[in-house]
Design a binder for this molecule. Structure first.
Ligand SMILES: Nc1ncnc2c1ncn2[C@@H]1O[C@H](COP(=O)(O)OP(=O)(O)OP(=O)(O)O)[C@@H](O)[C@H]1O
Length: 219
């Protein structure tokens, strides 16, 4: 496997005079899952959007293999599952999937019951959880080498959470994945490395005790 590396450096974001991110650095290699934790409103989604290219910030440097990436969403470089629904209404799942999913993995993707059973529907005919699962599958099976997942375990039932974890681990064999979710135990389970975002800065987390030390969880 080509072991590409995504780096984001000196990320600074300010909203209405309030600094959200201050000189944030992170890197993620293909074949690795990086877990990103942090309290509500600390800037996790903002950081993912900066990497994806939909938020600019006051300063940012994002690169893949040291090549500057201005808009990660272009040319299938980076895929992003946002916190909220993103698949447009009025278009059938099959049409959307044909655009998003890597043809090399089409057979694997299209065998998922949630796709098989709902491929001829638009978002109007789906439950919130089915909609979320399809968005996640299409993101994880996209052509992008790097995948950003914002709260993938939210709005899905426990049995599906287990399936999603298995799928994330399988896709990480050939992708670099950055994942954030408040179900931190699931994040801990799938991640190779962990970062905590706190007061605009990232801290490396070695184990659960560090999360207590930094006040993310209680004893
Ligand atoms: N476009 C925006 N304009 C102004 N403020 C914003 C904007 N986007 C986010 N914020 C603020 O920036 C802060 C960080 O938001 P962000 O969504 O990145 O946090 P988060 O860590 O993902 O939170 P949560 O875990 O609750 O989803 C919040 O205080 C939020 O209100």
């Amino acid at each position: 496997m080509n072991n590409s590396i995504l780096k984001s450096d000196s990320i600074e974001v300010e909203f209405n005079g309030r600094k959200i991110l201050q000189g944030v650095y992170l890197e993620c290699r293909q074949g690795e899952i990086l877990g990103l934790l942090g309290r509500n409103g600390c800037g996790k989604s903002t950081l993912l959007k900066v990497i994806y290219g939909t938020v600019n910030g006051t300063h940012k440097y994002v690169s893949i293999d040291d090549q500057f990436v201005h808009k990660g969403y272009l040319n299938n470089q980076i895929a992003y599952l946002p916190q909220h629904h993103f698949l447009p209404n009025g278009i059938k799942m099959r049409t959307l999937a044909k655009q998003m999913v890597d043809p090399e993995h089409w057979d694997e993707f299209s065998a998922y019951p949630v796709y098989r059973d709902h491929q001829h529907k638009t978002t109007t005919g789906l439950s919130g959880g089915e909609w979320r699962q399809l968005e996640m599958l299409m993101t994880l099976y996209s052509k992008a080498r790097f995948i950003l997942l914002d709260e993938p375990f939210t709005h899905v039932s426990p049995i599906q959470v287990e399936e999603i974890k298995t799928l994330i681990l399988a896709r990480a064999k050939t992708r670099g994945i950055i994942i954030t979710d408040h179900y931190y135990k699931h994040v801990l389970e799938v991640s190779n490395r962990l970062l905590l975002l706190n007061n605009g800065y990232t801290k490396m987390i070695a184990n659960r005790d560090d999360l207590v030390t930094y006040g993310y969880i209680s004893e």
